[in-house]
Structures are given as structure tokens and as C-alpha cells.
Design a protein around this ligand. Structure first.
Ligand SMILES: Cc1ncc(COP(=O)(O)O)c(C=O)c1O
Length: 377
């Protein structure tokens, strides 16, 4: 029974969390919850009102740290609201698409945003540019489109895209949920760069953040004034903007998520910002890709090295059952390396966001080698 395989203790990573989100939360972030405050203000946060200064100051610091981390251009705003990136798709459909959108879809998450736009009764049918899983599709100039949308990183397949403005006549709406904070990016190429904190930021889910250009803010304001469009308050981006600039959210946020996000941003800036966080992740995933290329049973799922994610490595297996490797690893405390559930491949998916220690990735690979060796016996 392979589930009984015990990996020798000296091979195991110090931390066995390699999920693609929710992902490893550093001890320091958990400690913030225990302390219940932000060190700069020394004010208790947990269990206190989100309309009072301690929480609002925390939100202000988060917004300021995000602005610094991403070196946001003049006029851009860091905006937040409840509901995670899935909610932001609905916000974008309601508050950013005026007439029509164009989408690059090359995996589950790009598809989900496209589907949301396709269901909306008040916009024209969206256009899609499609590619098979493991490959990349790019948006092209589309007649009537005023929003161009694509994932910076398709978490379901481990494909990374460029972030470059396609045209000046339209908003570039980029889903950075699983890569924001783990790669360098030029925010001026985007109008809405949005993400949730349960990936590179190692926090919990349930909140979305969006870095919005002046054009995106204007669009939100314009559609807010369009009385022909039904716009629930929670989907009204102009309301999220007016709350965010006051360091509030429309409704009650998860304070623990904010505190852990705060702790992570301090850490990211202290170690050297995006350049440093990106380097950590790339070091980790490069090890995985090199290991797969040398391993007779394994191949990187994304064939084109240029498209391979620097934060989530997807590895196909042949001649050996990846699900059995994953369950044996789980039995030994190494968790969440199963492939994206709907991809249906004989695969491991290894999340190596900035919080993951590259040494632990090296240990993970040794552990996998050991498991394969035992499975072959
Ligand atoms: C690329 C991408 N977009 C959107 C989402 C949805 O995010 P949320 O769970 O915060 O709604 C995810 C979640 O894994 C994702 O990876």
C-alpha cells in the first residue's frame, strides 16, 4: 500500500504547504492575529469596529503599501471590496463594460469571467480569443469592445501572460489573482489590475483588490449614473471607490484577512519588493521545471518555457500515478499538490508563491523522488 510509504524525516520540507490558493500563511502573519493589532499603530483590530480609526488606519496602510509595491502611476487608486475575485468579475461586468468586452480564455478562470459577461443582459455578446489548456491566447482589437480582459496568470494550467496595453480605446482589465505580488508588472499597461489575497499575499480569501486607472474610475462613475442599468450597490465600483479612498468598504470586511495582508505587505517591502518576491518564486519553480525535464516520468505541462508560470508549476506524469504520489505526500504532511480539479490530467500542481521557501521546494522534489522510488518497488 503506497499510502503507507513514510518519507524519511530528513527529506521532508519544513513546511508542507504547496497549494495554489489558499496558500501558505507565514507564522508571522498568524502572529498578527494572535497579537490582534498592527505594530505601527499598536491598536487592537480583531473584534473592533471597521468604521473606527484602528481598522481604517490598517486599510490605509494596506492601500499605501500596495501603491508602493506596485509603483502605481499618478492618478491610479487602490480599491477594495468584499467577495474575492469572483465578485470582481460581476463588478467589472456591471461597472466597467459599457457595451462589449473581449476576453482571452486559456483555462478555467479566463472562461469564468467570459461566461459572466456573456450572461449579462445589458451588454452585447462578448468576443473570446481561445487557446487549449497549457497554451496562451491573447486578446486582439475587437470592434465595439470597450473592455479587454485576460488573466495575467491562469492558475488552472500554470500559464503566464504578458501585460501590455492592446489599444488606447478600451480598458485593460487584468486578472492577477494568483500572480500579483509574485512578478514584476508595469501597472500603466492596465486599467484594472485585480487580485485576491489568498495566493501570493498568503492571506485569506473573500476580499478583492483592484488598482484602477483614471479611465477605469471615470467609466465606473459614468455607468453609475446610467439609470437604465440595474446596479446593486455591492457591484457598483463607484461606491467601492468612494469608500476605499476613505479607507473603508461598503460592508463589513474580514478583519483577519486585512491583518494578514498587512503583515505580508510589510514583509514583501522589507525583503525588497516585487523584484525580491519574484526572484524567490522563480527560483522555486525553475527548480521544479528543471527537475521535471531531467525526470523520465515527468514533463512540464506547459511546453513553451516562455509561458511557464513562475509561481505555479504544473507537471505531467507518464507511467506513474500522480494522484497516488499526491495522496502519499498528503499522508506525510505535504499538501495541496493535486492538479486543478477540472483539468483532469495525470499531474501535480506545485504552488510556490513568495512565502514558500525555495529550500522547501528542493526538499519537496527529493520527497517526490523518494515516493516514486518506493512506488516502483
Ligand atoms: C486566476 C484566478 N482568478 C479568479 C479566481 C477566483 O478567486 P476568488 O476565489 O477570490 O473568487 C481564482 C481563484 O483561484 C484564480 O486563480
Amino acid at each position: 500500500m503506497t499510502s503507507k510509504i513514510q518519507i524519511p524525516h530528513e527529506l521532508l520540507p519544513a513546511d508542507g504547504r504547496f497549494g495554489s490558493g489558499p496558500s501558505l500563511v507565514r507564522d508571522d502573519q498568524i502572529q498578527r492575529l494572535v497579537d490582534g493589532n498592527t505594530p505601527r499603530t499598536h491598536n487592537l483590530i480583531m473584534g473592533t469596529s471597521h468604521r473606527q480609526a484602528p481598522v481604517k488606519d490598517t486599510v490605509a496602510e494596506i492601500r499605501d503599501m500596495l501603491a508602493r509595491l506596485f509603483s502605481i502611476p499618478e492618478g491610479y487608486e487602490v480599491v477594495l471590496g468584499n467577495g474575492g475575485s469572483t465578485a470582481f468579475w460581476a463588478v467589472a461586468v456591471t461597472s466597467l463594460i459599457e457595451t462589449r468586452s473581449a476576453h482571452a480564455t486559456f483555462g478555467e478562470f479566463g472562461n469564468k469571467f467570459y461566461d459572466e459577461a456573456a450572461r449579462a443582459p445589458f451588454v452585447s455578446a462578448p468576443k473570446r480569443f481561445d487557446a487549449d489548456p497549457g497554451k496562451l491566447a491573447k486578446v486582439e482589437i475587437t470592434e465595439g469592445a470597450d473592455v479587454y480582459a485576460w488573466p495575467h496568470h491562469e492558475t488552472s494550467t500554470g500559464v503566464v501572460s504578458d501585460v501590455e496595453r492592446v489599444t488606447d480605446s478600451g480598458l485593460m482589465v487584468v486578472d492577477a489573482t494568483s500572480i500579483a505580488g509574485g512578478i514584476e508588472v508595469d501597472i500603466s499597461q492596465t486599467d484594472a489590475y485585480y487580485f485576491a489575497p489568498q495566493k501570493c499575499f498568503g492571506s485569506d480569501g473573500g476580499i478583492w483588490f483592484a488598482i484602477l486607472s483614471p479611465a477605469a474610475q471615470e467609466r465606473a462613475e459614468k455607468l453609475h449614473k446610467d439609470s437604465s442599468r440595474w446596479m446593486p450597490q455591492i457591484l457598483d465600483l463607484s461606491i467601492a471607490i468612494s469608500n476605499s479612498v476613505k479607507n473603508q468598504t461598503l460592508n463589513t470586511p474580514a478583519l483577519a484577512t486585512l491583518l494578514m495582508m498587512h503583515a505580508q505587505l510589510e514583509w514583501m517591502l522589507a525583503i525588497g519588493g516585487l523584484e525580491a518576491t519574484a526572484k524567490r518564486s522563480r527560483t522555486s519553480t525553475s527548480m521544479v521545471y528543471e527537475w521535471a525535464e531531467k525526470n523520465e516520468y515527468a514533463t512540464p505541462f506547459v511546453r513553451d518555457p516562455q509561458l511557464r508560470s513562475p509561481v505555479v508549476a504544473t507537471i505531467d506524469f507518464e507511467g506513474i500515478d500522480a494522484a497516488e504520489i499526491a495522496s502519499t505526500l498528503r499522508h506525510n504532511g505535504i499538501v495541496d499538490v493535486e492538479p486543478y480539479r477540472k483539468l483532469g490530467r495525470n499531474q501535480l500542481r506545485i504552488g510556490a508563491f513568495p512565502s514558500v521557501e525555495p529550500d522547501d521546494v528542493a526538499a519537496l522534489l527529493k520527497s517526490i523522488d523518494y515516493v516514486i522510488e518506493q512506488m516502483q518497488k
